[in-house]
Design a protein around this ligand. Structure first.
Ligand code: LER
Ligand code: MN
Length: 272
């Protein structure tokens, strides 16, 4: 299992759960200094990242791109895969497709979190889930062209009413035969939605593709009350070899949050 930390390039998400907010050069330098393996990037749009510039930074700091987040399409434009307006669904697919093309240059997966949207008033749940499945199918086939998977992130009930639990998501992806989609387990959301996080991870099995490494209060692991040892044991049991990526509030500061994260990673993963 590898370590990663988030870099947010979206000014509107300044209050969001991301560690670094001062640009790619600053974030990569700070991540590398602490020994992280990768960075997870949250750009306003694919065009905001210059591939050559990012490649130079990654080479200089010996970092990988762990994943690229697409939530800015929801946050800044309210585009989603389950909007009742077909023109908006098309814009959402185009926005995420461009992120997939960017991420493929870094052998990285793209995350569909907030851009899944929600079941809108007056819309049947089956219809919204149908739109979600259609969107994930198109996008995951595009990712598969570059031998990548697409990450689908169940969010807690206050952020979506589609699918809130990771084990339900894995089951639904199986039913829909969405073979190039993997589940992203965000430990902040699972703390709210799962009765037993470790058991849910085991039920996800090989569907698990990425993990947001956060404590119960969305601070760095070790600053809340989630019991992490059984979760790490479950990740080992399912043979998870992906990232533990710190999508957390920069508290008490960005540097302290990332330092706490890498210490927890070393204690839980490297030394045990
Ligand atoms: C995205 O990764 C996420 O966890 C959402 O809660 C952000 O709003
Ligand atoms: Mn998340």
């Amino acid at each position: 299992m590898k370590s990663a930390v988030t870099i947010c390039l979206v000014p509107e998400a300044r209050q969001g759960p991301f560690v670094y907010h001062q640009g790619l050069a600053d974030g990569c330098a700070r991540a590398a200094k602490l020994g992280f393996h990768g960075v997870e990037i949250f750009p306003p749009a694919a065009s905001a990242v210059k591939p050559a510039e990012l490649k130079t930074l990654l080479r200089k700091h010996r970092l990988q791109v762990a994943a690229i987040g697409t939530g800015a399409g929801w946050l800044t434009k309210q585009w989603s895969l389950t909007s009742p307006d077909s023109a908006i669904r098309r814009k959402a697919i185009q926005f995420i497709s461009q992120m997939i093309d960017l991420a493929s240059q870094f052998s990285a997966p793209v995350i569909v979190g907030s851009m899944q949207g929600r079941v809108q008033p007056g819309i049947e749940r089956s219809q919204a889930l149908g739109w979600l499945a259609d969107g994930l199918r198109k996008l995951s086939l595009r990712a598969a062209e570059s031998r990548q998977v697409l990450l689908y992130e169940p969010l807690n009930r206050y952020e979506t009413n589609l699918i809130n639990r990771i084990d339900s998501a894995a089951e639904w992806l199986d039913e829909q035969s969405l073979e190039h989609v993997r589940v992203l387990a965000d430990l902040f959301h699972t703390n709210i939605e799962q009765a037993d996080v470790a058991a849910a991870i085991v039920r996800c099995g090989s569907r698990l593709g990425h993990l947001h490494f956060a404590d119960s209060n969305r601070q760095a692991v070790g600053l809340g009350h989630t019991r992490m040892a059984p979760i790490i044991k479950a990740l080992r049991k399912v043979g998870y070899e992906g990232y533990l990526s710190a999508e957390i509030l920069p508290l008490p500061s960005s540097d302290q949050a990332s330092e706490q994260t890498i210490q927890s990673y070393r204690k839980l993963v490297v030394r045990s």
